[in-house]
Ligand binder design. Structure first.
Ligand SMILES: Nc1ncnc2c1ncn2[C@@H]1O[C@H](COP(=O)(O)OP(=O)(O)OP(=O)(O)O)[C@@H](O)[C@H]1O
Length: 987
């Protein structure tokens, strides 16, 4: 009897321990154990685990069941509970059950279907890493169809859940299927890795080829091109993890991914597709990430499920003008097998799951993705891009995993249809910047100085989230430490710094102080500028000797270090060159536009509005296009979609170079009148571009605010205005914007974009709501937003990686801003440490209306701090604490602070571990408040006594509209009865 009482008395604690993480895994593990022990039968299991029903409800059903089954059931349940959650301190501390009989049962020999049940816990854990292999074995043995596989591999399920579905499915199919599965699992256990599970070893020639391929991949990937000419730094020594996240968060996985997840099952949205896209901004580290992946594979350190890895560069594929077969593409572009090419190619066709292709820089391909030319035959010849598009779609080499990188602008809906998943590479995190700088500088004192100077210039710190900028800043540390605090603000500033750095380090001339340095190297800048400019226009990033000659690039110019020799251009015999980085090419193209006095009037419109203008292709670059494309370009006369990102980057640099601050650089290089004309042209374009956006804002529906959702190009325009660093231009651009709400959700807003936004938005005439949900603002971004806080009446920063430190700075400023009245911070990284600042805000600002802190890590301590502020506040109307852990004590503290509130209208404590004690305390607000209309207590553990308190309180309150109580600790009968007594209770 005693254990039964324990289950009853500690029901709330048990429920919380099982369910409060939001994951069903703990509950399922307990169920696995009880099933394996025969304590639950199959029907019990199905009654408990009802798909789509709330987790708490399922757990309650289990508790009800073991309680009604009696003492032995409760004992086994408590033992299983302790086995799964040994850390659930205090819960069931006095129960004495153990799961030792679990292991005993595992020894028990029985039929295969029985074994699936008796060994369920260990089978789930063994299967979770090899679901694909197990399904394959079942398909090969003829027991599973692809529909069976799909049912098991539903992407919304975790690997453990998929393993359980697989077990259940196999069990329902009978003894012979169960036997195949058990044999497969045993084989895996014996052989260890998926590769070794194949009963055969690959043919000798394949192994030889694999060795040749991996040593070539290793050689190609051990150094980073940006360090090529200047220093010797191996990738291994400098590589720093970037922030990798799933693009589609609706699959239920949030937070950082690791490199292996790119090819793993996590986040899969389309099981049928083979292509994974890694997207990210220019210089965000996509090529470097692939390089790391290649190196890890080649050295045998990871990705060993793939026997062969073929790395491709889209930039290099541009130079492939022949039609070629798949076999030629693989062997000629990656690695040539010394013998038995046919046998090796056949092996590749026969074992697609052992092969990985990577394609770097899809945005650099001349042709935009298209699905027009379908190709299914692996021996048929076709242009390289057609092969690539068919590989991506899976018409060629179905089953081979492909990883493609691209800038986001170049990915259209057509391509997205064929993606297995998409991951975003979001540059370095703040700790990543720290780590990179320390790796870059072997002298720790220098590293510390660089980091210190970044802390004093947060605009520059924001820029360093982009790895390429972090590299420049580290590379130019002497210039950085030598220049005045805060003088580097924009991307153009940083690129001008590296320009000067290279000239001073590579040239035999004495370092020149003042602005003369540019004049001294003007010829080099002009030659490289022309090469870069014409290349951008023609989507050409690799240059032949002829290209160099046409633009007058000399040996001396090459020695300056901005160009490097292209690696492994095996299809051409003469040397080829490319810029150290594509953004560097954009920068030189911008220098060309600013410096050349014979640039015709249409050049600036071409970079600011590439779609409207005719193509930029010059004759010399026409030579590097295949003939069909030449015709296409000539007839369409339009820049391709893939050109746009580089045009936009070039335009951003043009804005920066023409800013007032840098204009003296051009004084002796270009007639002032010409420069001024260009400035006027740029300013006009930016202002016109902004107005076009503003005009597109629809009139508000009656009763709603006028709201603008950022359209493509808005953030870019803002960044161009920021580069110009002239308040006058920002003011002019903003003077015509009449909007109440500015929505920039899912727009890749990081710290750099925040700096630009604040620079421009601070000039708005009327206060706005600024909605930045689902971006990567972070603490550094929050700090960058401070200059425009006075104009924000509400700030929405849901899901933005913000911590207590960011909040401290934000609220210190917010407290002084009269307009600032609402904040939403759902799903950030806030803890109790930030609540003192909110408390202070509530005390200080008696016009503050809405505070939403859902899905953070606040506990009762945080709630008590908030309560201190709430006691003194006479304005707050909305308080949202959904999905924290404030518990009864927290609810009591808040309730006592809010009891006398005359303003609070809406209050949510959904999913906070609140029990009946908390509910009774909250009932006091209902009793006393004259304003509260809606109270949300869904997903807590409130029992009958708590609801009784609420009913009593409601008797005295007529203006209250609803109290939400779904998924609490109530039986069906209780719910029915109480709903009848009080219709405002919503169950
Ligand atoms: N993870 C990293 N660790 C260390 N350095 C990095 C990392 N990622 C990028 N870098 C530095 O930044 C430079 C630019 O990165 P990379 O070329 O990989 O960016 P990208 O996203 O491919 O750019 P683009 O879209 O313009 O081609 C690298 O050459 C390297 O110096």
């Amino acid at each position: 009897m005693y254990v039964q009482e324990l289950v009853l008395r500690q029901r709330t604690e048990i429920l919380n321990a099982l369910c409060s993480s939001g994951s069903a895994e703990h509950l399922e593990q307990v169920l696995d154990i009880l099933l394996s022990q025969g304590e639950l039968i199959w029907e019990d299991y199905q009654n408990i685990q009802v798909p789509g029903r709330a987790l708490y409800t399922n757990a309650r059903h289990l508790l009800d069941l073991v309680y009604t089954k009696g003492a032995e059931s409760c004992r086994l349940f408590l033992a299983a509970f302790k086995h799964v959650l040994p850390e659930a301190q205090g819960v069931c501390a006095s129960s004495s059950g153990s799961c030792s009989n679990l292991e005993e049962k595992e020894e028990y020999k029985s039929s295969s279907t029985q074994t699936l049940v008796t060994q369920r816990p260990s089978l789930v854990s063994k299967l979770q890493d090899c679901i694909d292999g197990a399904l394959k074995a079942l398909v090969i043995s003829g027991h599973f169809t692809s529909a069976d596989c799909d049912e098991v591999r539903l992407p919304i399920h975790t690997p453990c859940q998929q393993a359980r579905r697989l077990l259940d499915h196999v069990r329902s199919k009978g003894e012979s299927v169960a036997k195949v599965l058990l044999e497969y699992i045993q084989q895996i256990q014996e052989s260890g890795s998926a590769l070794k599970q194949e009963k055969w070893t690959p043919p000798k020639e394949v192994i030889k080829f694999q060795k040749k391929l991996s040593s070539s991949v290793s050689a190609q990937s051990c150094f980073l091109s940006t360090y090529g000419g200047t220093s010797h730094m191996s990738l291994e020594d400098i590589y720093t993890d970037g922030q990798l996240e799933l693009a589609n968060t609706s699959v239920g996985v949030h937070g950082p991914l690791c490199l292996e997840d790119i090819v793993g099952t996590v986040g899969t949205v389309n099981e049928e597709a083979d292509t994974v896209l890694v997207s990210g901004e220019a210089g965000g580290g996509k090529s470097t990430l692939l390089q790391r992946l290649h190196l890890l594979w080649a050295r045998g350190a990871a990705f060993q499920d793939f026997l062969l890895l073929f790395p491709f560069s889209c930039r290099k594929l541009n130079s492939e003008h022949r039609e070629l077969s798949l076999q030629e593409l693989l062997f000629q572009h990656c690695c040539w097998p010394d013998r038995e090419q046919e046998e090796i190619f056949q092996f590749i066709l026969d074992h697609p799951h052992l092969i990985l292709f990577t394609f770097d820089g899809l945005d650099e391909l001349k042709q935009s993705f298209s699905d027009e030319h379908r190709l299914c035959c692996p021996t048929q010849r076709a242009p390289a891009h057609i092969l690539l598009f068919n590989l991506i779609q899976g018409f060629l080499m179905k089953g081979v995993r492909k990883v493609v990188t691209s800038r986001p602008e170049a990915v259209g809906p057509l391509l997205r249809e064929h993606l297995r998943k998409e991951v975003f590479l979001k540059g370095f995190s703040p700790s990543g910047i720290d780590c990179f700088v320390r790796k870059h500088h072997s002298d720790p004192t220098v590293a510390a100085k660089v980091l210190e100077s970044l802390q004093t210039n947060t605009a520059l710190l924001g820029l360093c989230h982009s790895p390429v900028l972090c590299w420049i800043v580290s590379q130019c540390h002497k210039e950085l430490l030598g220049c005045g605090e805060g003088s580097l603000q924009t991307i153009t500033d940083v690129y001008l710094m590296i320009l000067q750095h290279f000239f001073q380090h590579q040239s035999s001339l004495k370092p020149i102080t003042g602005v003369g340095w540019l004049q001294a190297h003007l010829q080099t800048v002009l030659h490289l500028g022309q090469l870069a400019f014409e290349g951008i226009g023609a989507t050409c990033y690799i240059f032949s000797d002829t290209d160099l000659k046409t633009c007058g690039v000399t040996e001396k110019d090459i020695c300056m270090g901005f160009l490097m020799q292209s690696k492994d251009m095996s299809s051409t015999h003469s040397k080829c060159y490319e810029f150290l980085h594509l953004t560097m090419q954009c920068f030189f193209a911008a220098l060309h536009i600013v410096l050349s006095d014979n640039t015709d009037r249409s050049t600036i419109p071409k970079v600011f509005e590439p779609r409207r203008e005719t193509g930029l292709s010059s004759k010399c670059f026409m030579a590097c296009l295949p003939s069909t494309d030449q015709q296409q370009q000539a007839s369409e006369g339009e820049a391709t979609a893939t050109e746009k990102p580089n045009m936009q980057i070039t335009a951003t640099f043009v804005s920066g170079l023409l800013s007032q601050r840098h204009r003296r650089l051009w004084l002796n290089c270009c007639p002032t009148a010409v420069t001024e004309k260009k400035v006027r042209q740029v300013v006009k374009f930016l202002s016109k571009g902004m107005q076009k956006h503003f005009k597109s804002i629809p009139q508000p529906v009656e009763g709603e605010k006028k709201s603008m959702h950022a359209m493509p190009g808005f953030v870019w325009l803002i960044k161009c205005i920021y580069e110009m660093q002239e308040s006058r231009i920002a003011k002019d651009a903003m003077s015509k914007l009449e909007v109440d709400h500015l929505k920039l959700t899912y727009c890749n807003i990081g710290p750099v974009e925040c700096t630009a936004l604040a620079f421009v938005l601070q000039h708005l005439r009327n206060p706005v709501g600024l909605q930045l949900d689902d971006n990567s603002v972070g603490d550094v971004g929050v700090e960058q937003l401070l200059p425009c806080m006075h104009i924000c009446n509400s700030l929405y920063l849901r899901n933005n990686n913000i911590t207590d430190e960011g909040i401290r700075k934000l609220l210190a400023k917010g407290m002084q801003c009269e307009n600032f009245k609402k904040i939403a911070l759902f799903n950030n990284k806030l803890t109790d440490a930030c609540t003192q600042h909110f408390s202070q805000l509530l005390k200080t600002k008696q016009n503050f209306l809405s505070l939403r802190l859902g899905n953070n890590n606040l506990t009762e301590e945080g709630a008590k701090q908030l309560a201190e502020g709430l006691k003194c506040n006479h304005s707050l109307q909305f308080l949202g604490l959904w999905g924290n852990k404030i518990g009864d004590e927290g609810a009591e503290a808040l309730a006592s602070a809010l009891e006398s509130s005359k303003t609070l209208v809406w209050f949510s404590l959904v999913d906070n571990g609140v029990g009946s004690a908390g509910a009774c305390a909250v009932a006091n607000i209902i009793k006393n408040s004259t304003s509260l209309e809606e109270l949300w207590l869904t997903e807590n553990c409130i029992t009958r006594s708590g609801v009784e308190c609420l009913i009593q309180a409601l008797e005295h309150n007529t203006h209250m509209k609803s109290v939400w109580l779904r998924n609490n600790d109530l039986s069906l009968e209780e719910v029915e009865e109480m709903a009848q007594r009080e219709s405002r209770l919503i169950f």
